[in-house]
Design a protein around this ligand. Structure first.
Ligand code: SAH
Ligand code: SF4
Length: 358
């Protein structure tokens, strides 16, 4: 049966080769090339012995053969300070997704996508504005991490942190995302520690409960943005499916079951959710939870009229939340010249292409 080789675990890849009559050592060599060394062009691996080379020639990239997940770069935008690089990566079917590589003070982080588009429709989000296209396979998620590792390796740097905050809703693609995380946290491969991986969700309640139940060792970020049902539903249509009350209850269960803190993201939109009154309501809503609030300035998008709030409003907001005993930080906007928001690079490219066609 044809396989996506980047989706196979260490044991599965070895078993596949052994089944075709090769020694396990060849499987280890191939796993290491794909998952540890992030090789894109296997023909450059001169250390492969003839049996492995022959197996690759007859089984990979041939009709009905196995497939490698290597994504081509459709666009690459470095920030002016050179510390952030945003990539639009092309999948086999032509879909394009965003991957961002950030490197600050030796802390190198990749922000990756889990879906092409997103079904959740958050009004301020460029990905939400484009709608849902499809889920990514585990190999397509792994391939983004490997891309980021190669980019950093060229500068002699190592990828240590991963955030699932690109395009898509990770908990709407739960199984593929978890499979990909298992692969990239394997110490024989990309070796990204589970405690360095953050999954951000719009608040898919069953997914949060499943993470807790399965005791997944990743960090959890929950996008809140509104502190009443109506206020949140106006920004996040998914709140109608998973109301705030259920979300907070699920977060409490998550805290209790895992003993882990939850990071609540709050995108500040001028006049919409950035007043002291909003801050007081957030503080009340989160009382009793093991919570940390991250305030994020809105990245303005073409499809939403909301505006970024002022810095002073953010500081007042942060002060109120902190005074209630909940840690709160204002996230510095980085790589601002890189169309930094999720889905924005793809949206911009589309706009340019349509403008050129008009
Ligand atoms: N779907 C997941 C993860 C991807 S979005 C989620 O919603 O959490 C990652 C984060 O970017 C979320 O907190 C989301 O609310 C935020 N975000 C999306 N568009 C934004 C914008 N235009 N400005 C600021 N933050 C944005
Ligand atoms: Fe989807 Fe997250 Fe964007 Fe909402 S913010 S539309 S959940 S990617």
């Amino acid at each position: 049966m044809p396989m996506y080789l980047h989706e196979l675990s260490y044991d599965e890849l070895i078993a596949l080769l052994v089944q075709d009559g090769l020694r396990p050592a060849h499987g280890i060599t191939l796993w290491s090339a794909l998952q540890h060394r992030a090789v894109t062009e296997l023909s450059t691996c001169t250390h492969f012995l003839p049996p492995l080379r022959r197996w690759l020639d007859s089984h990979v990239g041939t009709k009905d053969g196995h497939t490698l997940d290597v994504l081509s770069v459709a666009a690459h935008v470095p920030s002016e300070d050179g510390l952030t690089q945003k990539f639009l990566l092309r999948l086999h079917d032509g879909q394009e997704i965003e991957t961002v590589v950030m490197g600050y003070k030796g802390r190198h982080t990749a922000c990756i996508s889990t879906q092409a588009g997103c079904a959740m429709g958050c009004v301020f989000c460029a990905t939400g504005q484009m709608g849902f296209v499809r889920h990514l396979r585990p190999g397509e998620i792994v391939a983004q991490v490997q891309h980021a590792r190669r980019i950093l390796a060229e500068r002699g740097e190592r990828l240590r942190n991963l955030v699932l905050m690109g395009m898509g809703e990770p908990l709407h693609n739960y199984d593929s995302v978890m499979k990909a995380m298992d692969l990239i946290s394997d110490t024989r491969g990309a070796n990204i520690g589970p405690s360095k991986i953050s999954i951000s969700t719009v608040g898919v309640v069953p997914g949060i409960l499943r993470l807790a139940e399965e005791e997944r060792p990743y960090n959890l970020a929950v996008s809140l943005h509104g502190s009443t049902e109506a206020e949140r539903a106006a920004l996040i249509p998914a709140n109608q499916r998973w109301p705030l009350a259920d979300l907070i209850a699920a977060c409490r269960t998550y805290n209790d079951k895992t003993g882990r803190r939850i990071f609540f993201a709050w995108t500040l939109i001028a006049g919409v959710n950035d007043t002291p009154e909003h801050a007081r309501r957030v503080a009340t809503l989160l009382q009793g939870l093991d919570a940390h609030v991250n305030l994020i300035p809105l990245n303005e998008t073409a499809g939403y009229l909301g505006r970024e709030g002022t810095e002073s409003a953010a500081e007042v907001f942060s002060g109120i939340v902190q005074a209630s005993g909940i840690p709160c930080t204002i996230r510095q906007r980085r790589g601002i010249d890189v169309a930094a928001g999720c889905g924005q690079l793809r949206a911009e490219k589309k706009r340019r292409v349509s403008a050129a066609a008009a």
